[in-house]
Design a protein around this ligand. Structure first.
Ligand code: ADP
Ligand code: F6P
Length: 475
């Protein structure tokens, strides 16, 4: 196999799972990266290298390159200790909290770092084997920040792009990392480093200047070997037309009716949809809702909160604690405020199919997206894309990347519970004309800046680097 476009991400778009009858199968994997990249891979006929989401199980066949639903996929093996140290450890116990404003406390362990280096090297070596001459390799996200440099050493002919799906933190936070210089140098192996927001790109360039000592000018870094690295913002998006089409399906309209009936035909449905992650502010939003019931500003007879939480990183302690906290809160709120057949909060700890997700988006009067910090938050954009009648209200944290584009949402500070409560009530009671004005503007934004535009912009910028005379010299 020899690929002209290689996508390298920690996870494949499908996870290897064991079915109830013991047989092995594949299931769509969680998270925004997969939602965004799947249509890009299909449109560009690329090959995707990634981990199939389970610890090595001796089933060697599962690691052969294969095709799933028209996508060319190449699995990478991780053993149980690598899952623990590279994935749960360094990626999600060290980098994730630091890059998300220290919402949880990061841990620093030298053996986690060693595993991170080892696994990054494995990804780089596999990519080096698979890429055709002068191919484009697009590396994704915080789990693989060393891959660009490792890959460049192995294959200087390649055009290498890197995209970070999560925020890139300011120096005060980044500098806590004992391996900060190695991470910066790892990223500098790319020709183009993409971030969600201009602030992330600026943080990166400043750190490279101050800590690695390279010359920089605006969004460019000049390396001693003559190479130039560009750092720029490319806000990610969704397949807006695909979501619109899904939402317009007959099955979805019928399901919306069923859902409303099953919930007792309340006047207002509030909805939260997230991976069960402490950055998402799920606990705070449910508390805000429960206080509104306590205060009598909302009544369980006409308002319900549907929270769908997809299981995530379940073996990491902070995720376990979060799950227990949320489930305790849901139990208490339902015990205090629910009636028979009318829960205050309808809570699902499950992944739901895309059609059902579209039906939930269409059924919800108020979409509640309240992360403490989020690279983009595609759920907010999916909700907007599915509001075919230009109705519905979006309550959105100002700390989600999406808040930069979706300015017509009710923007809130998730640390301010009273502010969040007021926004929930205002959004639920908004005048239909106001709702329509806001939603029309947001839909236009999401349609114009869809995932295809995002990928095209990134790949065009990357090829323009290949075309620059300076880089031709180096190659
Ligand atoms: P993150 O990448 O941090 O998970 P995003 O909001 O950017 O956050 O992306 C989440 C993606 O996962 C969205 O495409 C959303 O539709 C999907 N998703 C979230 N919750 C569920 C769920 N319970 N079942 C299925 N898909 C989900
Ligand atoms: O960008 C956020 C992200 O971490 C992606 O890298 C990842 O695919 C997704 O969320 C889900 O997380 P995980 O792969 O740890 O289940």
């Amino acid at each position: 196999m020899s690929a002209d476009l290689l996508i390298v991400a920690n996870r494949l778009p499908v996870d290897r799972v064991t079915e109830r009858d013991g047989s092995r199968g594949w299931r769509r994997s969680p998270g925004g990266l997969v939602t965004a990249l799947e249509p890009v891979l299909r449109a560009n006929d690329g090959t995707w290298v990634g981990w199939p989401g389970l610890a090595e199980d001796g089933d060697d066949e599962a690691y052969e390159p294969f095709e799933d639903d028209g996508m060319k996929l190449v699995p990478i093996k991780l053993d149980a200790s690598e899952v623990e140290e590279f994935y749960e450890g360094f990626s999600n116990g060290t980098v994730w909290p630091i890059y998300h404003d220290l919402v949880a406390k990061p841990e620093f362990h030298r053996e986690w770092w060693d595993a991170y280096v080892r696994v990054n090297r494995r990804f780089a070596e596999r990519a080096a084997e698979l890429a055709a001459e002068n191919a484009t390799v697009w590396v994704h996200d915080y789990q693989l920040q060393l891959v660009p440099q490792m890959l460049r050493e192995l294959r200087p002919d390649l055009l290498i792009g890197f995209y970070l799906h999560i925020p890139f933190p300011p120096a005060e936070l980044f500098l806590q990392l004992p391996w900060r210089r190695q991470l910066l140098e790892g990223l500098l192996g790319a020709d183009l480093v993409g971030f969600q927001l201009p602030g992330g790109a600026a943080n990166f360039v400043r750190l490279v200047r101050q800590r690695v000592g390279h010359k920089t000018h605006k969004d460019l870094v000049y390396l001693p070997d003559g190479r130039t690295v560009k750092a720029a913002a490319f806000p990610i998006s969704i397949d807006a037309a695909g979501f619109e089409e899904l939402a317009a399906g007959d099955g979805v309209a019928a399901r919306v009716k069923q859902l409303r009936e099953a919930l007792g035909n309340p006047r207002r449905i509030f909805l939260g949809v997230d991976r069960l992650d402490y950055t998402k502010g799920i606990y705070a939003r449910l508390r805000a809702f429960s206080e509104l019931l306590e205060d009598g500003r909302l009544d369980v007879e006409d308002a319900v909160f549907v929270q769908v939480a997809v299981p995530s990183r379940e073996r990491v302690e902070q995720y376990r604690i979060l799950r227990d906290d949320i489930e305790r809160l849901v139990g208490r709120v339902n015990g205090d405020h629910g009636r028979i057949g009318r829960p205050a909060i309808s809570y699902l700890h499950n992944s739901v199919p895309r059609e059902e997700m579209a039906a939930l988006y269409r059924a919800a009067d108020v979409m509640v997206v309240t992360p403490y910090r989020d690279g983009m938050n595609l759920v907010a954009k999916e909700y907007v894309a599915c509001r075919l009648d230009d109705d519905g209200a979006l309550v959105l944290s100002e700390f989600a990347g999406a808040a930069d584009e979706l300015r017509q949402a009710w923007l809130i500070n998730p640390y301010d519970i009273n502010g969040m409560k007021s926004a929930l009530v205002e959004a639920a009671e908004a005048d239909p004309k106001d709702l329509s004005r806001r939603m029309r503007a947001m839909r236009k934004t999401v349609r114009q800046h869809d995932v295809r535009a995002w990928a095209d912009a990134f790949l065009a910028e990357l090829s323009s680097i290949a075309g620059s005379s300076h880089d031709k010299q180096v190659r």
